[in-house]
Write a protein that binds this ligand. Structure first.
Ligand code: AMP
Length: 397
C-alpha cells in the first residue's frame, strides 16, 4: 500500500484531500471537530517531517459559491487543532492559490476554498484537477468519506502525481480494517446486518457470504425473512416483493456453510412511537396491530453467544429502532457483546451509517477495534466494489 509513512515530506508541499465536511452552527462555528481530529495523524506526520500542508475539502452541498459553506470558517478550528499558523485562499485554483502555495513555509498549513464551489469538482473534470495539481508536490488522499466518488480532487487529480501520491493515515486505516474482515480475518468471522431493509443490504450479503462463518440478521429486515419462512409478523416492516430473495439468501448461505441467525423474539409495539404499549413476543407470532421494533431478550442472549465466540466481527445496521429508548436494547446488547469480544482479542469493525451513530450514542466507540468514518464508502467496500479514490492511488482501473 502506498502509505505516507514511506515518504519524507521535508521541504515538500503536500496537497491533501481531507474530509472537512464538518457541521457548523448559525454563527459558522464548528460544532463537531471529529473530522479535523481524524486528519491529525496525516497532517502532523507531514509537518514534523518539515513539509507543508495544503488542505482541500468540500463542505456541504453548495450551489455555486455560498458564503455559509466557505472553508474560511475552518481556519480558527484548524489553528486550534494544530497550534500552527493557518493561511486561507478564497479559491482552490488559480493565481492566488498558486501564489499562496508558493509562499507557504515548511511547518505551515494552507486551506483552500471549498472544492464544490466549482461544479467541475463533482464532474471529475480533467482541467480542474490539473489546476489543483499545480498546488503541491505530493498528492495525499485522506478522505475515505468521498473515496467512492470519482471527483476531481479524489480521483482525476491522482494521474498528475504518477510517482508522488499516497494514502493518508486515516484512509490507510480504513483500507486495512476492511481487509482485516474481508481478506485476512481470523475465523470464525461473523457479520451482523441490521437496519431497515433487505433491499439495501442485498449486495453486501451477496459479497460477504463467501467470506464469513456466521450471519446475524436483525432490525426491520428480519421480518421479510420471518414472513417468507411462514411466521406471523403482524404490522412489522416488510418488503413483500423481497420474500423470494430472502429465501434464496438463506439457501445460498446453507450452500456456503454460513450459519444464519435470525431473532427468536421481538419487542412488539402497538404503534411506531416511544410511548406505545410494548410486549415481548415470539418472532414468529406477532399479533395483528403490533409491530416488532426491537429484538427481544432471548435473541440478545443468542446473538451475544455467537459474537463472543467470533474472532472477527463486522457490524452494519442497528438491531431495532434504536433512536427510541424502548427499542434500543437490542442494539446496545450487540454493542456490549462486540465490546466484550474485542476486549478478549477479537477484531471488530463497525461501518456504514446508523450503526456508527448507535456506537457513538451508546459509548462503544472506544470499545470496538475500528469505527469507519465513511458511510457510503464503507457500504460500497462491503459490497466488494473498488472505490475510485483508492484505485487512483494504486493505479488500478
Ligand atoms: P439502515 O439505514 O438500512 O441501516 O436502517 C437504519 C434504520 O432502521 C434506523 O433508523 C432504525 O430505526 C430502523 N430500524 C431498525 N429496526 C427496525 C424495525 N424493527 N422496524 C422499523 N425500523 C427499524
Amino acid at each position: 500500500m502506498k502509505s505516507l509513512f514511506d515518504i519524507n515530506f521535508k521541504n515538500k508541499k503536500a496537497l491533501i484531500r481531507v474530509d472537512f465536511n464538518v457541521p457548523l452552527n448559525e454563527n459558522f462555528e464548528v460544532t463537531d471537530t471529529t473530522r479535523i481530529e481524524a486528519a491529525k495523524p496525516t497532517i502532523i506526520k507531514i509537518l514534523e517531517d518539515g513539509g507543508s500542508c495544503i488542505l482541500m475539502s468540500h463542505l456541504g452541498r453548495p450551489n455555486g459559491i455560498e458564503e455559509r459553506y466557505s472553508l474560511k470558517h475552518l481556519v480558527n478550528p484548524v489553528e486550534d487543532a494544530f497550534g500552527v499558523e493557518v493561511k486561507y485562499v478564497p479559491d482552490c485554483i488559480g493565481e492566488e492559490a498558486e501564489a499562496a502555495s508558493q509562499a507557504l513555509k515548511p511547518g505551515h498549513i494552507l486551506i483552500l476554498e471549498n472544492l464544490r464551489f466549482h461544479e467541475e469538482e463533482k464532474s471529475g473534470d480533467f482541467e480542474f484537477a490539473k489546476a489543483l495539481s499545480k498546488l503541491g508536490d505530493i498528492y495525499v488522499n485522506d478522505a475515505f468519506g468521498t473515496a467512492h466518488r470519482a471527483h476531481a480532487s479524489t480521483t482525476t487529480i491522482a494521474q498528475f502525481f504518477p510517482d508522488n501520491k499516497c494514502f493518508g493515515a486515516l484512509l490507510s486505516k480504513e483500507i486495512e480494517s476492511i481487509k482485516k474482515v474481508m481478506e485476512t480475518g481470523e475465523r470464525p468471522i461473523t457479520a451482523i446486518l441490521g437496519g431497515a431493509k433487505v433491499s439495501s443490504k442485498i449486495t453486501i450479503i451477496d459479497n460477504i457470504l463467501d467470506k464469513i462463518d456466521h450471519l446475524i440478521i436483525g432490525g426491520g429486515m428480519t421480518f421479510t425473512f420471518i414472513k417468507a419462512l411462514g411466521g406471523s409478523i403482524g404490522d412489522s416492516l416488510v418488503e413483500e416483493d423481497k420474500q423470494t430473495l430472502a429465501l434464496e439468501i438463506l439457501e445460498l448461505a446453507k450452500e456456503k456453510n454460513v450459519d444464519v441467525h435470525l431473532p427468536l423474539d421481538a419487542i412488539a409495539a402497538d404503534a411506531f412511537s416511544e410511548t406505545a404499549n410494548t410486549k415481548t413476543v415470539s418472532i414468529n407470532d406477532i399479533p395483528d396491530g403490533w409491530m416488532g421494533l426491537d429484538v427481544g431478550p432471548e435473541t440478545n442472549e443468542l446473538f451475544a453467544k455467537v459474537i463472543e465466540g467470533s474472532k472477527t466481527i463486522l457490524w452494519n445496521g442497528p438491531l431495532g429502532v434504536f433512536e427510541m429508548p424502548p427499542f434500543s436494547k437490542g442494539t446496545i446488547a450487540i454493542g456490549e457483546a462486540i465490546a466484550n469480544a474485542t476486549k478478549n482479542g477479537s477484531f471488530s469493525l463497525v461501518g456504514g451509517g446508523d450503526s456508527v451513530a448507535a456506537v457513538k450514542q451508546f459509548g462503544f466507540e472506544d470499545k470496538v477495534s475500528y469505527v469507519s468514518t465513511g458511510g457510503g464508502a464503507m457500504l460500497e467496500s462491503l459490497e466488494g466494489k473498488t472505490l475510485p479514490g483508492i484505485a487512483a492511488i494504486l493505479d488500478e482501473d
